[in-house]
Design a protein around this ligand. Structure first.
Ligand code: ADP
Ligand code: 5GP
Length: 189
């Protein structure tokens, strides 16, 4: 049996990693995280092989030419992110479900590839002002990077209607519960 694919997107700073980690820690859903490759530098406590495979731009391009990605995007100028075929195959091949934390374009592409085997979930911030406050509170990005992420959020929010489900992350505990329900409903189908 092969596992299913849960695709989660949200504007950066919305709390997507916090929600995914809460679900993984809770441990009552058979779900494993697909570690993406990126050419951006590690931030805060991020570790190679756990949060991302951190590559140079040259290494990233080599992997593109070896056709190692299910999808990849230049999410921010000069910064590439991609889902590795090896991650999806390793996890779903063993029958486990996989969760992808990827941007809006990547999400649409993966959904197209996997169809009903994949669920797309969009996490919304309560407001753009609150999104900025969270990015500032996280204190891992320079002010110009925060500006870039907030600017991009408006564009990303336009994709929400194309997702199978939308959860608003206002109160964190409620958002974790809502996300848990959406995913368990999908997996039980
Ligand atoms: P993302 O993965 O979407 O970029 P993070 O999970 O890193 O976002 O969250 C960004 C910041 O917002 C973190 O400092 C996190 O602790 C905080 N945060 C997450 N959810 C909430 C919430 N519901 N209310 C307030 N702060 C939150
Ligand atoms: P961050 O730099 O905050 O970790 O991520 C920035 C954006 O890149 C987020 O929207 C995140 O979902 C997206 N992202 C992370 N990994 C991938 C990936 O493998 N593919 C795509 N398309 N986007 C990704």
């Amino acid at each position: 049996m092969t596992g299913k694919i849960i695709i989660v997107s949200a504007p950066s700073g919305c709390g997507k990693s916090t929600i995914i980690n809460a679900l993984l820690e809770r441990g009552d859903i058979d779900l494993q995280f697909s570690v993406s490759a990126t050419s951006r530098k590690p931030r805060g406590e991020e570790k190679h092989g756990i949060h991302y495979y951190f590559l140079t731009e040259e290494e990233f391009r080599e992997r593109i030419s070896r056709d190692e990605f299910v999808e990849y995007e230049e999410v921010y100028a000069g910064r590439f992110y991609g889902t590795l075929k090896s991650e999806i195959d390793r996890i779903t091949g063993d029958g486990h479900n996989v969760v992808l934390d990827i941007d809006v374009k990547g999400a649409m592409n993966v959904k197209q590839l996997y169809g009903d085997r994949a669920l797309t979930l969009f996490i919304m911030p309560p407001s753009i002002d609150e999104l900025r406050r969270r990015l500032e509170g996280r204190a891992t990005d320079a002010p110009e990077v925060i500006d870039e992420r907030v600017r991009k959020a408006a564009y990303e929010l336009e994709f929400a209607p194309h997702y199978d489900a939308v959860v608003v992350n206002d109160n964190l505990a409620v958002a974790v519960e809502d996300t848990h329900k959406v995913i368990t409903d999908f997996l039980s189908k």
